[in-house]
Design a binder for this molecule. Structure first.
Ligand code: SER
Length: 317
C-alpha cells in the first residue's frame, strides 16, 4: 500500500485549505482528512475522511496503521482567546495531541510530523519589533504556553529520538474559506466578512495594535515548503519564525475603505486586547528564508483585493 498523509483537525481554518493543497500535490486518495466533527460537508465529501478526536491516541494510531500513514499534519488546537476561557481544555488538547504524534514517530509508526507553533510563544518581555528567532519567550496565555512547551518537546524528540518534526510560528492567518475560531487575530478575517455583509465593523482590538499577519496562500506555501525541504537544511527543530506582513486595525480598515469608500469601523477593545498587546508587532524570519528559501507573495493591498473578490462571490454581492 502506498504511504499516506493524515491531517488531524482538517475542518479548521488552515486544515481545510491544507487538505485541498496536499490532495493536489499527492492525489486525493493519498491524503486522509480527519476531524472531531463532520460539519464541513464540502471537506468531508471531498475525499477520504475519518472522525478522529486528536486526544485519542488509539484512534490516531489505528488510522495510521490501517492506512499506512507515514506523515501527520497535526492542525487541531484550541487558540488563544478560547484557551483563556478553557485553560485546562487547551492544555489537554494542545499537549496530548502533540505527544500522541511525537510518540508514534518515536516508535517509527510514522516518519514525519508537521506541528504548527505560533507568535503566541512570545510575550511582553520579548523585543516587539523584528522579533529574532532566538529571543525571550515568556508567553502570558495558556495557548502560548502550550506552543512554547510544544516547541521544546519537538526539539527534544528530534534530538533524542531522531523524530523528523517540523514547525513554524504562524502569525495571524487571513482566509475566506473556513472561518477561524477563537483566535486574537480573527478580527482581521471578520472585518472582510462584515465589510461585504453589512458595510461596517466593530473591532475588538484598538486601532493602533500592530500584529504579524499572513494571507492563507502564503501560510499553505510555507507549510508545504518546510515539509518538502531536505532534512539537512533545517537548523531549527523547535519552530521557525515566519513572517509576511504586519498591520493595525486602522491600516486594514484603510485598505478596505480604498476599495469600499462607504465602509466604516468602530473600536471596542475586549479581553483580547491584552493578548494582542503581549505579542510582537513584527517578526524577523531570516532563518526560514535562508534554510528553506521562504518568501511570501501577498502584501496587504493584494490580500484585501483577493479577500473582497472572493467574499463578494461567496455572499453574492
Ligand atoms: N491566530 C492565533 C491566535 O490568534 C495566533 O496563533 O490565537
Amino acid at each position: 500500500m502506498s504511504s499516506k498523509i493524515l491531517i488531524i483537525g482538517a475542518c479548521g481554518q488552515i486544515g481545510t485549505e491544507l487538505t485541498t493543497k496536499l490532495r493536489e500535490i499527492h492525489g486525493v486518495t493519498n491524503v486522509i482528512a480527519s476531524d472531531i466533527n463532520t460539519r464541513n460537508l464540502d471537506l468531508v465529501n471531498s475525499g477520504p475522511f475519518e472522525i478522529i478526536d486528536a486526544k485519542n491516541y488509539n484512534a490516531i494510531k489505528d488510522c495510521c496503521l490501517q492506512n499506512n500513514v507515514k506523515t501527520v499534519y497535526l492542525m487541531a488546537a484550541l487558540l488563544s482567546a478560547t484557551g483563556e476561557k478553557y485553560p485546562m481544555e487547551a492544555w489537554d488538547l494542545n499537549m496530548n495531541s502533540l505527544f500522541h504524534v511525537l510518540n508514534l514517530a518515536k516508535q517509527k509508526t510514522i516518519d514525519k510530523i508537521f506541528w504548527p507553533s505560533s507568535i503566541a510563544v512570545f510575550g511582553p518581555t520579548t523585543p516587539s519589533e523584528n522579533t529574532p528567532q532566538h529571543t525571550i519567550c515568556e508567553p502570558t496565555t495558556v495557548y502560548g504556553i502550550t506552543k512554547q512547551v510544544g516547541e521544546r518537546w519537538c526539539e527534544y524528540y528530534h534530538n533524542k529520538y531522531d523524530v523528523d518534526v517540523r514547525s513554524i510560528r504562524y502569525p495571524g492567518i487571513i482566509s475566506y474559506k473556513a472561518m477561524p475560531g477563537g483566535g486574537t487575530t480573527d478580527y482581521a478575517v471578520e472585518i472582510y466578512h462584515e465589510a461585504i455583509k453589512t458595510g461596517k465593523y466593530e473591532s475588538f482590538l484598538s486601532e493602533n495594535t500592530s500584529l504579524p499577519m499572513m494571507f492563507m496562500e502564503d501560510a499553505i506555501k510555507a507549510t508545504t515548503k518546510i515539509m518538502e525541504a531536505p532534512a539537512e537544511n533545517l537548523t531549527i527543530r523547535s519552530a521557525y519564525n515566519l513572517s509576511a506582513i504586519s498591520f493595525t486595525p486602522k491600516e486594514i480598515f484603510e485598505s478596505i475603505k480604498a476599495k469600499m469608500p462607504e465602509f466604516s469601523m468602530s473600536y471596542k477593545p475586549d479581553f483580547r486586547q491584552a493578548i494582542a498587546d503581549s505579542w510582537p508587532s513584527s517578526i524577523d524570519d531570516s532563518v526560514a528564508r535562508k534554510d528553506w528559501n521562504w518568501q511570501h507573495d501577498y502584501n496587504l493591498k493584494e490580500m484585501t483585493s483577493e479577500m473582497l473578490k472572493q467574499l463578494r462571490k461567496k455572499y453574492n454581492s
